[in-house]
Design a protein around this ligand. Structure first.
Ligand SMILES: Nc1ncnc2c1ncn2[C@@H]1O[C@H](COP(=O)(O)OP(=O)(O)OP(=O)(O)O)[C@@H](O)[C@H]1O
Length: 305
């Protein structure tokens, strides 16, 4: 049985089709990302899957049960982190998560364990923030706390809405370590993100969303493999002149840049072999397609998060 089954989901605001026929199946234990630019419809989709917004059309089941009308029986089995994390004011981090724990009948010791697991308390934490008020936490610390609060009742399915939005690159990477461990114990995780690299690093499969529709769903590697995009091979400066590069069989285009000579080719194998034979392989950089290229191919537009 799929952990999550979304069929032809739709939501309209006035004239705007915010979600326009989205279907998606998530297997148990899978980590799936919904990736798209601002306004693509990710949050609306996620909140309908969570049972927080009423769909205008289509259906959602989580763990085999319909999420709408509001299904209170599912709440203990789901962990939900909303995009704007809201906390109880003036509580410390520890009081905050204890409050969440008590709502689910979870012992305070389990809540303390979660503070440690997300690095906000205990010997492993670089800075112990358990007794810090939530409004005095940094953005990254607040995100860690809100994820811990969403997980404190050990849900089977976890939903995260842009968990690393507005964090600096270092804090994002720290949070990735935490998130990548989330489904180790078989939890199903669905997150939304507008960061391509995040989707690529964390997710088993990625649903690329734009203008209310899911354009393609697959593993990041398969999405990129399906591209009809050439490889770009950059040879370090001073090793190869542009005319010699143009003469290499399989090279479609050559441009000079400050990084060296850039060869565009759909047959990187023979071109690299030629460079090796001519002893100019040192410092060569090969770039293949990225999820940005996939988005460009699917929509005809550059990806702008
Ligand atoms: N309650 C609402 N009333 C009217 N329009 C809405 C409402 N919620 C969302 N929208 C619109 O629906 C579209 C999709 O919004 P949504 O928040 O789902 O996108 P998103 O992909 O999550 O974007 P972001 O990355 O900016 O959060 C946007 O154009 C948004 O302005």
């Amino acid at each position: 049985m799929a952990a999550i089954e979304v069929v032809d989901l739709a939501k309209t605001y006035g004239d705007l089709k915010a979600v326009d026929g989205v279907s998606l199946e998530v297997a148990e234990g899978e980590f799936v990302g919904i990736l798209g630019p601002n306004g693509a419809g990710k949050t609306t989709t996620l909140e309908m899957i969570e049972g927080l917004r009423r769909p205008d059309g289509g259906s959602v089941t989580v763990l085999g049960e319909p999420v709408w009308p509001r299904n209170a029986g599912l709440l203990p089995r789901m962990g939900v982190q909303l995009q704007a994390s809201s906390f109880f004011e003036r509580l410390t981090a520890r009081e905050q998560i204890h409050t969440f724990a008590s709502m689910y009948g979870v012992p305070a010791s389990a809540a303390d364990d979660w503070l440690e697991r997300v690095g906000l308390a205990g010997a492993g934490a670089s800075t112990d923030k358990a007794e810090t008020r939530v409004e005095d936490l940094s953005g990254g610390q607040a995100q860690r706390l809100s994820i811990a609060c969403a997980l404190v009742h050990d849900p089977e399915v976890v939903f995260l809405d842009e968990p690393t939005a507005s964090l600096d690159p270092q804090a994002r990477r720290n949070l990735w370590d935490l998130l990548s461990g989330l489904n180790d114990s078989g939890r199903t995780v669905v997150l939304t993100t507008h960061y391509m690299d995040e989707a690529e690093v964390l997710c088993d499969r990625v649903a690329i969303m734009d203008a209310g529709r899911v354009l393609q769903v697959d593993t990041p590697a398969a999405l990129v493999r399906g591209l009809d995009a050439p490889a770009r091979i950059t040879v370090a400066p001073g090793q190869l002149d542009a005319d010699a590069a143009r003469a290499i069989a399989g090279v479609d285009d050559v441009t000079a840049s400050v990084d060296g000579v850039v060869l565009t080719t759909r047959r990187p194998g023979p071109v690299l072999a030629h460079l090796a034979e001519n002893d100019v392989l040192d410092g060569v950089r090969v770039q293949t397609g990225t999820l940005e290229d996939v988005f460009l191919e699917l929509t005809g537009r550059e990806y702008r998060a």
